[in-house]
Design a protein around this ligand. Structure first.
Ligand SMILES: *Cc1c(COP(=O)(O)O)cnc(C)c1O
Length: 406
């Protein structure tokens, strides 16, 4: 471990983003927060920002703040700050609702766009449950069929009947990342639209929505974007689809002129047509502070730091030389997100022992799948040394478990 600690020091000193963890409220060492992929930690600038929105904009500005404090523009202003993080052009991303709601509206819009000749949504059977539930509900409503297949068969299952390929960029349990170049091209060749769930990649990996010709996407505001628990999500529509996009939750805030109070619905010509109701301004303020903190770093540098941190964590776990410990996350740094998931027959006890000493990962169980200890590696909030320390703690937990058994 001494060599790994020296390597951690070298990498931290050489990384242009090593100042970022100081911008977040984090538990005091030796605690290590490895759950930023579930709930991103609190940026230091968020509390003051929220206080200003509450006391100045709401308290003093009252209704005038819709214009004077930029409340009306918040969904697109925040969307435009998220856009460079996911490789999207300005005017194509909006902050709104939750990932679940956005998946529903984009799936139905995609099915409508594809028309009756393509009555199928295709997805990975083992995707995050909300993606599956929403896809089933959207298909039920739109009169389409859901085809859910094993991961390895997904791209080969694209056929002329598929309207939308629904894909989670990074798998929530294993951390495996799809090649968007490959998946996007396969969907395009089959004439299907690609709808991405970026919950585990927005703000942490290069996504390249425009570069890969992705049609539709949504992603989470409270994970790597550090927008606070229940933060609004975001949604993306490629410019070529915007004008004709018919989304099912057509509310007044998506109207071309919401304050003209027209009886008939005319959608906004741009990305605002995705809105349904009034944006949650207090939650938006926290999201904006989170996005502002993250977006100060170029996404390429964030992704490079994530690969460096997860790579060191893998090396340190390998150095434990524990035959029962299986790293299920891909070893190729280009093929994974910012997490390392571990399978072990005693995963639950490892997780509990880590937690008892202040190392917060999480346990992911699913029917028919091995229990996994999921170590989230939010690159702006963690250091290389913490990767070595976390791996050492896993080793100590295993040694303790053996002693208890003996
Ligand atoms: C976290 C997560 C979500 C969150 O959905 P919400 O509706 O915003 O709560 C959705 N999909 C995936 C893959 C996630 O990891």
């Amino acid at each position: 471990m001494a060599e790994l600690r020296a390597e951690a020091e070298r990498r931290e000193a050489a990384c242009p983003l090593s100042g970022f963890p100081a911008r977040f409220h984090l538990p005091a060492p030796p605690a290590i927060y490895l759950d930023g992929n579930s709930l991103g930690p609190l940026p230091r600038q968020t509390a003051a920002r929220l206080q200003a929105v509450v006391e100045r904009d709401w308290g003093e500005g009252l209704i005038g703040s819709w214009k004077d404090a930029g409340w009306l523009a918040a969904p697109t202003r925040i969307g435009d700050r998220i856009a460079p993080l996911v490789g999207a052009p300005p005017g194509t991303v909006i902050a709104c609702d939750s990932v679940s709601v956005n998946l529903f509206r984009l799936l139905v819009a995609g099915l409508r766009r594809a028309g009756p000749g393509r009555p199928v949504v295709l997805m990975e059977a083992d995707d995050f449950p909300t993606d599956r539930h929403i896809a089933e509900a959207a298909c039920r409503m739109a009169g389409a069929a859901l085809k859910a297949v094993p991961r390895g068969e997904l791209l080969a299952a694209l056929g002329p009947e598929v309207a939308v390929l629904l894909l989670s960029h990074v798998h929530y349990r294993t951390g495996a990342a799809w090649s968007l170049a490959e998946a996007g091209a396969a969907a395009r060749a089959a004439g299907a639209l690609t709808l991405l769930d970026l919950s585990h990649s927005a703000g942490v990996l290069e996504v390249g929505l425009e570069a890969h010709g992705i049609d539709l996407a949504t992603g989470c505001g409270y994970k790597f974007l550090c927008g606070g628990s229940g933060a609004p999500a975001f949604a993306f529509v490629a410019p070529r689809h915007l004008e004709a996009l018919d989304q099912p939750l057509a509310g007044w805030m998506g109207h071309a002129a919401p304050f003209a109070f027209e009886a008939g619905y005319r959608p906004d010509p741009g990305i605002r047509r995705l809105l349904a109701g009034t944006p949650p301004i207090l939650a938006m303020a926290a999201l904006e502070a989170g996005v502002a903190t993250v977006a100060e770093a170029p996404i390429e540098a964030i992704a490079a730091r994530a690969r460096s941190l997860t790579g060191l964590l893998v090396d340190a776990l390998d150095a434990l030389d524990e035959p029962g410990l299986l790293i299920v996350t891909p070893r190729d740094p280009q093929a994974r997100g910012a997490q390392i998931s571990l399978a072990h027959p005693r995963a639950r006890e490892i997780h509990d022992r880590l937690l008892a000493r202040g190392i917060t990962g999480d346990l992911r169980t699913a029917p028919g799948a091995p229990h996994l200890v999921r170590l989230g590696v939010s690159p702006l909030t963690l250091t290389h040394m913490q990767m070595v320390e976390a791996a050492a703690a896993v080793g100590e937990a295993l040694a303790q478990l053996r002693r208890v058994a003996a």
